[in-house]
Design a protein around this ligand. Structure first.
Ligand code: HEC
Ligand code: HEC
Length: 341
């Protein structure tokens, strides 16, 4: 009898854990690497994640035919092999025209409540409409891009699988792209293993000292906080403010004086792959970034009160950089999908 009871408990336990796993899969359709918090993951109710939608979204993400002359895709500026950025100070799109801002990474963007450096898009769905119409990016119109995709016979079955019918509209295009982007996740870095797995050997002694500085004397967690190393809101740290006509960032969206020169706090994962840094790509190396903070950012009338000279020693600056390098995830770039004809 005892034996049966044990078996009963065993089966119940296995069933319960399978159920838990299945529930998580059903809700998100994705597995989260160590360190990322599923509760902070933003999936709009009207755009649930499904494997079919991920597959379609990935194709559209890589498809240059979304741009007016079929030369530029999302992956042109957010290239998986370059940390989902282009590693250029400012991006080059249609006809090699350049914009004024650095392409942020798409990695972990599903956790942000604001998209773009100035937060002007509230969701990845809304965000994706931006570059398609931007004259220096994909230079198309939403109607034009929709028509182009609708004309590609091979896409029909993928739209049907993802949305139930083969109809193509802009809403479906951006929903699919956003769904793919939500699967671009980075975690399980040395820092995650140190914090969440209590693996003391994951960080070098220098990186450990850097972590202490990051959370303490260097004040970084005032803004780069939590598992994604960002508070997700806007601060003026002075980047680009010396220019005659500086990019006023968040101010352009809110028109509020306090937002002048404020930009979204970027996440700090995979920095080795996402250089150069800052909204204008003006800082090439992590050493340069740490020096910038050490001297107190760039003084200007709207400088965030948290930014002040840190007086770090040379060793402390090196330790901070060692910590920043420990945030690299263990993901590998996805293979480019075969595109429908
Ligand atoms: C020509 C280069 C270029 C192309 C093409 C491009 N982007 Fe971007 N992307 C940028 C730049 C530059 C920014 C920042 C602009 C800003 O903040 O004003 C950006 C911002 C973003 C962001 C916001 C990330 C964040 O942390 O705020 C996401 C997400 C994104 N792009 C996804 C896409 C998708 C999806 C496509 C294809 C539909 C695409 N991009 C096409 C250059 C590009
Ligand atoms: C007051 C908030 C705040 C504090 C404190 C702060 N940061 Fe930042 N950080 C930001 C903002 C905002 C940006 C983007 C600024 C811009 O581009 O104009 C940024 C950008 C960065 C970048 C560039 C990332 C990229 O992808 O371009 C790095 C690296 C960085 N910070 C590291 C640090 C470190 C290290 C510290 C502590 C010494 C620190 N930050 C303190 C808000 C802050």
């Amino acid at each position: 009898m005892k034996k049966y009871l044990f078996l009963f408990f065993l089966i119940t336990a296995v069933f319960a854990s399978v159920q838990l796993f299945a529930e998580q899969k059903e809700k998100f359709g994705v597995l989260f690497p160590l360190g990322l918090d599923p509760d902070a993951y933003n999936v709009p109710e009207d755009n649930p994640i499904t494997p079919e939608k991920i597959e379609l979204g990935k194709m559209l993400y890589f498809d240059k035919r979304l741009s007016v002359d079929s030369t530029v895709s999302c992956a042109t500026c957010h290239d998986p092999h370059l940390g989902f950025t282009d590693q250029d100070p400012v991006s080059e799109g249609f006809h090699q025209l350049t914009g004024t801002r650095n392409a942020p990474t798409v990695i972990n963007s599903a956790f942000g409540l604001f998209q773009f450096w100035d937060g002007r898009a509230p969701s990845l769905e809304e965000q994706a409409k931006g570059p398609i119409q931007n004259s220096v990016e994909m230079a198309h119109s939403l109607e034009g891009a929709t028509k182009r995709v609708a004309e590609i016979e091979g896409y029909k079955k993928y739209f049907k699988a993802a949305f139930g019918t083969d109809e193509v509209d802009i809403d479906r295009i951006v929903k699919a792209i956003a769904t793919y982007e939500r699967t671009v996740l980075s975690g399980n870095s040395a820092w995650d293993r140190y914090v969440y797995n209590k693996d003391d050997s994951a960080l070098s002694e220098s990186a450990k000292r850097g972590l202490n500085l990051f959370e303490g004397k260097a004040n970084c967690t005032k803004c780069h906080v939590g598992f994604n190393l960002s508070d997700g809101i806007f601060h003026n740290i002075g980047v680009g403010m010396k220019a005659e006509d500086p990019d006023l960032g968040r101010f352009k969206v809110t028109n509020e004086e306090k937002d002048k020169g404020a930009f979204k706090t970027p996440i700090l994962r995979d920095l080795q792959r996402t250089h150069p840094y800052m909204h204008d790509g003006s800082q090439k190396t992590l050493e340069e970034v740490v020096e910038f903070y050490d001297k107190g950012g760039e003084p200007n009338p709207w400088l965030d009160a948290q930014i002040k000279p840190l007086n770090l020693t040379k060793e402390e600056r090196a330790d901070l950089v060692a910590f920043l390098r420990s945030l690299e995830g263990d993901w590998t770039p996805p293979k480019e999908p075969k595109l429908p004809e």
